[in-house]
Design a protein around this ligand. Sequence first.
Ligand SMILES: Cc1cc2nc3c(=O)[nH]c(=O)nc-3n(C[C@H](O)[C@H](O)[C@H](O)COP(=O)(O)O)c2cc1C
Length: 359
Amino acid sequence: MPAQTPLMTRLGMTLPVIQAPMAGGSDTPDLVVAVSEAGGLGSMGATYLTPEALRAAVDKVRGQTNRSFGVNLFAPQPVPPRPEGAEATVATVAKAGADVGAPEPVLPETMADPFDKTFPVALDSGAKVFSFTFGLIPEEAVRALQARGTLVMGTVTTPAEAVAMERLGVDAVVAQGAEAGGHRGTFVGSFEAAMIGTLALVPQVVDAVSVPVVASGGIMDGRGIAAALALGAQAVQMGTAFLTCDEAGTPDCYKAAMLSAQPEQTRITQAFSGRFARGVENRFMAMMEGDGAEAAPLPFPWQNALTRPMRTAAAQAGDAGLLSLWAGQGVGLSRRQTAAELMARLARETEAAVANLTR
Ligand SMILES: Cc1cc2nc3c(=O)[nH]c(=O)nc-3n(C[C@H](O)[C@H](O)[C@H](O)COP(=O)(O)O)c2cc1C
């Protein structure tokens, strides 16, 4: 195996692989446990969980492993005012949802950011890592985590964001390249300008900060891991590669879509949540954003709330056309296997990729 990096040593990892937190249900406790038990770091995206559900999920993980794992939240965001004139958007979601028997979509009267309610559970969860995306968290939160010995890790998409993150006092940064599946973590400047590929982003972030850097975006196998380590990363964070694992809670139709998707089928969309995210193109994206779309997505988190019942019904009906099929540009390398098989394969492939360079 490649050298043990300081970040791996601090977290008791034997493989430089972090399973990305994936809010929405793919990152089940079984997946988290399997990855951590295999020498990586499993992590849980807790943003959409109630405090009680997060506590139950953490208890489940802690009941099955003594190894390190991570908990992740979206950084607190100001909630924009309830959108006016949303009728056309609501009608588009209603039309789409009718295909799968979804209840009539209703825009909530009020919405609140969940960070303050969920953070105390994350703080006392016993997780060795707390990570976050979409911005900075309060300094008191960083201090409280570090006082408990928790490693704090924030997502960045530019070197400037990495510098802001280091100033906040985090212990590591996740450099999220433009290839990445799921939501963009950009929080400084325009989203378009921050679409920097992993190969270009990681070394520039490594040079910009002194804390360890985790490379993320488009990494699917040992070749990608070896490349990230060569760029100066101390570990990688992989999401898409874990979506098709047996233990992942990804709906079957979503897994099937990943296993047949080609990289040119992913694109950036606001259709499902109102925030920019990368996923495999499907029917709902075309309805919301394609030629002839009759309405525009509402801002986050309103669009997310509006489309949730449709997505839930689509998962039950097995209709991938209406699900947010978050996936990175490496999606064509997806494989169906257990998490332990994937981790063993990643170890072998990384070793082979490193050996190939010196042969
Ligand atoms: C289904 C899915 C859900 C995600 N949810 C989160 C999340 O809750 N928190 C977070 O920090 N990152 C989230 N991400 C982004 C990942 O942390 C990571 O940046 C991304 O998966 C890396 O790109 P890859 O998918 O090509 O490996 C998610 C990614 C996917 C694919």
